[in-house]
Design a binder for this molecule. Structure first.
Ligand code: GCB
Length: 591
């Protein structure tokens, strides 16, 4: 799959805007053939989640079926071209109809999918696009479904979230990413796998394309860099005269792949921005371009007011401003692959990314070969999309599997991890792999054995040792020592933090206040910096985010260092002082 972009051979028409929709709580749409066209519709913005946009219509907690509709005009000049409909993602499942005919459906959740609609749409005319969406996860997958009935059956009524979820964020539904109609040449590059690296001698480039005919030539910043190669052939190149990509100097190059026929005529062009850098694990260190790196940053969410999980470009730009302002160098895309624009920004601004598969609280009481297969497919799709991004330094295969303590079901979890890690290493062995371990899964969690660096989420001073920062500090030190003794690998704290309701203050250590959050973070950071095996940490979370309803959440998870509107809490200034080298960096006004 090649991401939509425009050049002399490719034409991508963005279909974002106001669409029409109709909720289908009774599931009558199928029978009544809504695929032929919807009536009684409401306006809805794409990209965007339906929940907050249409809260007043009663859709805030709605996770059922909802149908989307809009017309697409197929340009008259598309006669000689193939028509591809591309979706950045659909949360969580979609069936696509063109003039009532099934055109295709979505694949692994939170990742792009596309379909060829050439036979369904005539140039110079409009077609009716109808999408049947539902926000229910499949029962099996890397991210398994949980329903209200499961809570009842398992006598875990006290754990119930509304809407029912297995994770601590809101299950926003809808077309949350951009949709494109692409007009592509018939003879074209269908897939392009691009890997870059860096060594003492310079950059390395490995390109492998699938194309329908001819040969592909490769250009870097407009200059030819290699022979033409056939479909499926590996094209490997050492590039002496390039600079490395790094957080301090995120140098990017324009890669151009040109498909040519036997006479040298250009048939198709694919362009991408690439950077050259290397990552590896050596002993207890994470190495970037030959030097150890300390990770300072956040776990984030795609979550903003009203847009929900929908792409919100002004907020994306703002978030990168704030990451730089605070002195962060890295982010984990907790707990799912983010829209690819996020990675473009990270490439450009030198923010390191740990890219995570949509897999949370995997329940080993329920796993079988269907979950493993879907997990492998999600990994394949994620790596296919993201492998060319210089910013991506590691893959996180899952967040907090064995959440209910069922890592003790090792007869299931041990072979599961062994198979998954082995599979992912066959797809990309250039980046370290990890899994974020939860306290309840214990330190014997077989996922830790296979991880290249040990990743832990820990809430000493919050979910345990509440309000007691001395005890929290001691617990953190102890766990670092224990992990170092057992695994002798780098240790990364992918989550730590405390909820703070903006505006709550106290002169003593009081949970939920801005001071407690700031102090907890500062004390963790001191322990993390002092420990030789710790390679850094990510505060949970960058900003407050909406959760499903539960007695322990005040509409939102308030562990953000910024509010949901991105106003700083006290901890933001504490972190700025810890992370930035320049004295008194607080005032950045240029006027
Ligand atoms: C975790 C989860 C994260 C939650 C967080 C919390 O361990 O990974 O999704 O939001 O704890 O605040 O409880």
């Amino acid at each position: 799959m090649i991401r939509p972009h425009n050049n002399s051979h490719r034409h991508a028409i963005c279909l974002d805007g106001i669409w029409q929709c109709r909720a289908d709580p009774q599931e009558i749409g199928q029978k009544e053939k809504w695929r032929d066209g919807l009536s009684g519709t409401l306006s809805i913005a794409v990209p965007g989640s339906w929940n907050e946009q249409l809260a007043e219509t009663g859709l805030l907690n709605y996770t059922g079926t909802l149908w989307y509709q809009r017309d697409i005009f197929i340009p008259g000049f598309a006669h000689e071209q193939e028509l591809i409909l591309y979706f950045g993602a659909a949360d969580y499942n979609a069936q696509i109809f063109i003039d009532g005919k099934l055109a295709g459906s979505s694949g692994p959740q939170k990742l792009p999918f596309e379909m060829n609609i050439t036979k369904l749409a005539a140039p110079g005319q409009s077609v009716n696009l109808v999408i049947k969406m539902d926000a229910q996860l499949p029962e099996h997958g890397p991210m398994q479904r949980v329903t209200r009935d499961d809570y009842v059956a398992e006598k875990r009524d006290r754990d119930e979230y509304w809407p029912a979820v297995r994770f601590d964020f809101f299950p926003f539904g809808g077309l949350n990413r951009s949709v494109y109609l692409c007009l592509l040449p018939k003879q074209r590059i269908v897939e392009a796998q691009i890997d870059t690296g860096w060594s003492d001698k310079g950059g390395t480039l490995l390109v492998k394309t699938k194309h329908t005919t001819g040969k592909v030539s490769c250009y870097l910043d407009g200059l030819p860099v290699g022979e033409a190669f056939a479909s499926g052939e590996n094209f490997a190149l050492d590039l002496v005269d390039v600079q490395p990509w790094s957080p301090e100097d995120p140098k990017l190059y324009d890669l151009k792949l040109v498909l040519k026929d036997a006479h040298g005529n250009a048939l198709d062009t694919v362009t991408k921005k690439i950077g050259f850098r290397s990552v590896s694990i050596q002993g207890e260190q994470f190495i970037l371009n030959g030097k150890p790196i300390q990770l300072k940053g956040f776990g984030k969410h795609e979550d903003t007011p009203v847009s929900g999980r929908g792409v919100n470009l002004p907020m994306l730009v703002k978030d990168f401003q704030l990451l730089k302002w605070i002195g962060a160098n890295s982010v984990r895309t907790s707990h799912y692959p983010y829209d690819e624009t996020f990675l473009d920004m990270a490439d450009e601004q030198g923010i390191l990314v740990i890219s995570e598969i949509f897999s949370i609280n995997l329940d080993f009481r329920r796993t079988d070969e269907r979950d493993l297969l879907a997990h492998k497919q999600s990994a394949e799709a994620l790596i296919a999309r993201d492998r060319s991004h210089a910013c991506v330094i590691a893959w996180s295969l899952s967040n907090e599997p064995g959440y209910l303590g069922e890592a003790v079901y090792t007869e299931r979890s041990a072979p599961y991890w062994e198979a998954l890690f082995a599979h992912v290493r066959t797809i990309d062995n250039s980046r370290p792999l990890t899994v974020a371990n939860v306290h309840f899964a214990g330190l014997d969690d077989p996922a830790l054995i296979h991880s290249d660096f040990v990743t832990i989420n820990r809430y000493f001073g919050w979910y345990s040792e509440p309000g007691q920062l001395d005890r929290a500090e001691a617990s953190l030190r102890n766990i670092f020592d224990e992990l170092q003794r057992r695994y002798a690998k780098p240790i990364f704290v992918s989550e730590f933090g405390a909820d703070a309701v903006a505006g709550m203050h106290a002169t003593t250590d009081q949970m939920w206040t801005e001071e407690y959050q700031a102090d907890l973070i500062a004390r963790y950071w001191k322990v993390m910096e002092q420990h030789p095996a710790c390679i850094g940490g990510h505060v949970w979370n960058f900003a407050d985010f909406r959760t499903a309803q539960h007695s322990r959440r005040v509409v939102m998870n308030h562990k953000g260092v910024f509010t949901r509107a991105r106003d700083p809490k006290r901890a933001a200034f504490t972190l700025q002082e810890l992370w930035r080298d320049d004295p008194s960096p607080r005032r950045d006004n240029k006027n």
